[in-house]
Design a protein around this ligand. Structure first.
Ligand code: ADP
Ligand code: MG
Length: 407
């Protein structure tokens, strides 16, 4: 097992940058991906949000560029695609920080920036370009960007890119970059979303890395649930949680339910901002800005609305409604507990949600405990679990029963 960055064959200028960023040792995904990437392999990697995937591809890409330095100036040799502009900027920032002791240049191409500004920057020599697919395609079509020099193609948050309908654009970009040597694809999950067929076309005999984060990385998110007797009880539980000093994202199943909850919180004089699908971009940005800047400390969101957006880190993720699938649960709770900060994920569970809660436990391989708020204890009995956990006494009796049979 890899214990330190120094075990990873990285240049001292990269090691000192990781140190400066406070990375004391590689995360699991970094330890597993970096050696494959430096061996020249394609990589298909999945790991939950907040486990350090960015550096898992940025570090080997930088190392590659250092190992094979360019002879003369020219267009970028590494292309990183991300689903959203916010993410592109985040990745760019981290790449610049990791490259700070090298001569390598990193630039981002996203919407919302003057075409000419990009064009000027692209005319200079660049090493890494971080881009959103739609905007980059415009530049290629306008013959402002040439993919022929791309040697590494990296897809970040591939599942979200597919969710957002970028599949066909990414396929086209992949064809544009057909002279590349390596492709690395990162995703929070590899399940659903048609990720399978997508990756088959993009990757050649990839090293598959599915990193379960170590307990140390995972422990940053405290997860528990409260049982609720009814809709009113659920609302009372939420209000009680929000009374303490939190910065919370509250996830709700549908925008109709979000509207109801908004009115209920409003009547209780609890201020929040909210985002939902089918909301004009400008209002959505405004809601997020208010939350980001601390004007409000509660953000209500549907999964649809949260998908395309990089929400800021929060202290609490509250599942007012449980998600429809277990992998969405991981996406949601990944919004908290990032960058070494502690986070809390609280689910509010009605009787009919109990089976979903168990599915989530199986999926995350974690025991999520029930907690109580005094004065708001549930009165209904907890439903019997489908799969009974064997008590030690059960085991003994099972063994005892078996023995006579054998004889
Ligand atoms: P992901 O893409 O998997 O969601 P990020 O790459 O955004 O995760 O990293 C999450 C946070 O962890 C970032 O703030 C990043 O700076 C930090 N981080 C990344 N690698 C390490 C490391 N080896 N040690 C400590 N912190 C790290
Ligand atoms: Mg990421």
């Amino acid at each position: 097992m890899i214990k330190s960055f120094a075990d990873l064959d990285l240049d001292p200028v990269l090691l000192s940058a990781t140190e400066a960023m406070g990375f004391t040792r590689p995360t699991v995904i970094q330890g597993e991906v970096i050696p494959h990437a430096l061996d020249g392999r394609d990589v298909l990697a999945s790991a939950p949000t907040g486990t350090g995937k960015t550096a898992a591809f940025v570090l080997p890409a930088l190392q590659y560029l250092l190992d094979f330095p360019r002879r003369k100036g020219g267009p970028a040799r590494v292309l990183i695609l991300t689903p959203t502009r916010e993410l592109a900027l985040q990745v760019t920032e981290q790449a610049i920080a990791l490259a700070k002791n090298t001569p390598l240049k990193v630039i981002s191409i996203t919407g919302g920036v003057q075409y000419q500004d990009h064009a000027d920057a692209l005319a200079d020599t660049q090493d890494i370009v971080v881009a959103t697919p739609g905007r980059l395609m415009e530049y290629i079509e306008g013959e402002r960007f040439d993919c022929r020099a791309i040697e590494w193609l990296i897809l970040d948050e591939a599942d979200r890119m597919l969710d957002m309908g970028f599949g066909p654009t990414v396929d086209r970009l992949s064809a544009e970059c057909r002279w590349r040597k390596q492709t690395l694809l990162f995703s929070a999950t590899l399940e659903g979303h048609g990720v399978d067929s997508f990756t088959a076309d993009l990757l050649k005999d990839p090293a598959q890395v599915e990193a379960t984060p170590s307990t140390r990385e995972r422990k940053k998110i405290l997860q528990y649930y409260h049982r609720a007797d009814s809709a009113e009880h659920k609302l009372a539980l939420l209000k009680s949680i929000l009374e303490s000093d939190t910065r919370s994202i509250v996830f709700i199943k549908t925008r109709e339910r979000l509207g109801d909850l908004r009115n209920q919180l409003d009547s209780a004089n609890i201020t929040c901002s909210w985002i939902q699908g089918e909301m004009p971009q400008e209002r959505r940005n405004n809601a997020i800005r208010r939350f980001r800047e601390g004007e409000v400390n509660i953000l209500l969101a549907t999964d649809v609305a949260a998908r395309g957006i990089d929400l800021p880190d929060v202290t609490h993720v509250i599942n007012y409604d449980l998600p429809r699938t277990a992998d969405v649960y991981l996406h949601r709770i990944g919004r908290t507990g990032r960058a070494g900060k502690k986070g809390t994920a609280i689910s509010l569970v009605e009787a009919h949600d109990q089976s979903m809660m168990e599915r989530i436990e199986r999926y995350t391989k974690e025991l999520i405990k029930e907690r109580f708020i005094e004065g708001l204890r549930p009165t209904h009995k907890k439903a019997k679990t489908v799969k009974k956990k064997k008590k030690p006494t059960d085991k003994k009796s099972a063994v005892a029963k078996k023995k006579p049979k054998k004889k």
